[in-house]
Design a binder for this molecule. Sequence first.
Ligand code: NAD
Ligand code: MG
Length: 395
Amino acid sequence: MKTIRQITILGSTGSIGDSTLDVIARHPDRFQAFALTANHNVEKMLSQCRRFQPRYAVMLNEKSAEQLADAIRADGIKTEILSGIESLEKVASLPEVDAVMAAIVGAAGIRPTFAAARSGKLVLLANKETLVMAGRIFMDLVRENRAALLPIDSEHNAIYQSLPHQFDGDFTTAGVSRILLTASGGPFRCAPIDSLEQVTPEQACAHPNWDMGKKISVDSATMMNKGLEVIEAHWLFDAPADKIQVVVHPQSVIHSMVAYVDGSVIAQLGNPDMRTPIAHAMGYPERIESGVSALDMFKVAQLDFEEPDFNRFPCLRLAYQALTTGGNMPAVLNAANEVAVESFLQRRMPFTAIPIMIENVMRTIKPEDLTSLDDVLRTDSLAREKAHEWLTTLQ
Ligand code: NAD
Ligand code: MG
């Protein structure tokens, strides 16, 4: 794998973006932020431009880009400011770029992530939604364009580290029997089930172990995050659904495991801090310092494991169902989930309505194959439309 120097960070103002810039700042002789991108947070982007002096900064929102350009000019910084989705695609594909950190949240990340793969980049993939929506199409694109893919999601990064070097997707020759995908169980693992109706966005976003963006925090509370990760693991490692076992592990110290036919189980452990998988992928195959403190086994003291409770977390069941149905269904699941999470965060429906909305949308759209990015985007819009329709019946 080529050594990374110039990096584009899609979604630099988010939680993964912050952690990535922290790792870059620890290795100024090794990495350079080539382009930073965000939706509309001008203030944060301005401070990132001051500190990292990227060649480009892109705001999706045009007005935000104008405000940023004024501030950048006043500061005398040389960064060029662009706006719009085409510019996100451009900074993910320019020839100077060695690697693209795909860390936009949700379906909004798919087009620039596709652009990075199409231009043969090393894609550091945090945006799991791209694989959920378009797994087969995206993996084919990576292969056809000789792009490379390294997982940033902590579980998938752990699995990558626990698989044999140069694993080619063949479980039999590698002697792999199962992937054990760990899950914290989120903030409501032990809450009385009848109290879930009343939970607030603040409670849902207060994750016990990880500090993350709002959308993935709610996904962790419903365990849809683990469902999306099962689909992500399916595509990344060519793993059939029945070979991916979710293991609830409340301490989030083991980030996932691989079980082998000889009875060995290889795990990756560490403090729950995304800078570890980010530094692993950015330095690969070398190991580089990440700023994460060493794991104190005596402080951890105990590791617990439970089976997932599909009654408490119906989203997990729906994700397995979407994966088994295949075709457009994971994209439908993803879009309905995004509308559901957004509606819950806006207090337009209760937490417990999230899986109900998703299941309804999955029922109304008939399964079919997807063959292009346009197909995927059409499915995404249709599922969002159906989800909004369902929401109006609720009010
Ligand atoms: P976040 O909400 O903190 O940040 C999202 C970033 O995307 C921001 O920079 C925002 O400006 C940008 N963005 C949002 N909407 C956009 C749009 N429509 N167009 C362009 N840019 C847009 O999210 P996060 O927690 O950093 O998560 C990012 C991705 O990484 C998600 O796909 C998530 O599932 C994945 N991930 C996150 C973590 C974590 O610890 N935060 C762990 C594993 C995987
Ligand atoms: Mg994860």
